[in-house]
Design a protein around this ligand. Structure first.
Ligand code: NAP
Length: 300
């Protein structure tokens, strides 16, 4: 036999060696990291868009609407029952250069809730974002909660967000708007205090609705997230605490009891909500974020 290898054998050996080398050395194209995505600056991330904010006449909802206006929102509809407070917030928003209107609607009235989206669209076109912040926080224990209160809690805290999400997202789908919904929930949705029986249950329903809606809407690139907010120092909470404890210094005592020495502030929630409404939150959907200093599941 000749000592020189047959050319076919040589060729096969060369092909084998090439395959081996290409398997070991990573291909440049496949391993090029994606270009960093441009993050929209905070002052402009709501730019050109319009939003509906229920509960925008007060507390957390007001802080969210104000932050959206600061971040360049084109127009905002504030929804609530108090025309006086609504007018006050509209002035704040318009002073910030954002178009704004107050829509009077009680969240336990189906017809009034159903009219909200149409009124927004009549004034400002289809909304890119909806925030369900209106909430009925009425107390009631298992032993004493009435059916009337239970039904109203579910109407305001679960049915109204469902109806508004349904109507707002049907419009978004029609106009191919990749919108975002944020539901303001509560840490109490994990179970909560005995005196918040119906409230906790209704907000628990809103958690499940948030996830169900997110899953239903992802094919349309519409996102839906929730925030389980902890004990928040809003004006309404201040009024309630003074009424229940009779102590105008309740806040100082409350601060001593919590690990960070402060309660959640409406502005903290506004910050996260505006992020979730913006494209900076990417594909994040179906998440319900615990925004609190109590860690669920942790114990001493
Ligand atoms: N503060 C807290 O410690 C805390 C903790 C956990 C969760 N939350 C949740 O955070 C959200 C905002 O609460 P907040 O602290 O900002 O209280 P808030 O200042 O009392 O605000 C509640 C808002 O909801 C609106 N609202 C209440 N019932 C309504 C109804 N039947 N129809 C229409 N609007 C209604 C009110 O508007 P009008 O008065 O104009 O009707 C108001 O704008 C609520 O969903 C609440 O459950 C608050």
């Amino acid at each position: 036999m000749s000592k020189i290898a047959h050319p076919v054998i040589l060729m096969l050996a060369a092909i084998g060696a090439l395959r081996l080398v290409s398997a070991i050395i990573p291909k440049g194209k496949e391993n090029t990291p994606p270009k960093p995505r441009v993050i929209v600056d905070r002052p402009t991330r709501a730019g050109g868009k319009s939003f509906i904010v229920t509960g925008g006449t007060s507390g957390v909802g007001q802080a969210i609407a104000t932050q959206l206006a600061r971040e360049g929102a084109a127009a905002i509809s504030i929804v609530g029952r108090s025309a006086e407070r609504g007018a006050g917030v509209v002035k704040v928003l318009t002073d910030l250069g954002c178009k704004a209107q107050f829509i009077k609607a009680s969240m336990d009235n189906v017809e009034e809730v159903k009219a909200v989206v149409g009124k927004h669209e009549g004034a400002f076109g289809v909304a890119s974002g909806l925030v369900n912040s209106a909430g009925d926080t009425s107390r009631g224990t298992l032993a004493e909660q009435t059916v009337e209160d239970w039904d109203r809690l579910f109407a305001v805290n679960a049915r109204a967000p469902f109806l508004l999400t349904q109507m707002a997202t049907n419009s978004m789908k029609r106009e191919n708007i990749e919108g975002s919904i944020v539901n303001i929930i509560t840490i109490t949705s994990h179970g909560g205090q005995p005196y918040l029986c119906g409230y906790a249950a209704s907000k628990g329903a809103l958690v499940t609705f948030t996830k169900n809606a997110a899953h239903s809407l992802r094919g349309d690139r519409i996102r839906c997230n929730g925030i389980n907010i902890g004990w928040t120092h809003s004006a309404a909470e201040d009024k309630l605490q003074v009424k229940e404890t009779g102590d105008v210094n309740w806040l100082e005592k409350a601060k001593e009891k919590v690990p960070f020495g402060k309660l959640v502030l409406p502005e903290d929630i506004a910050e996260l909500t505006c992020f979730l409404l913006s494209e900076n939150s990417g594909v994040c959907t179906g998440s319900v974020i615990d925004f609190d200093q109590m860690v669920m599941g942790g114990y001493d």
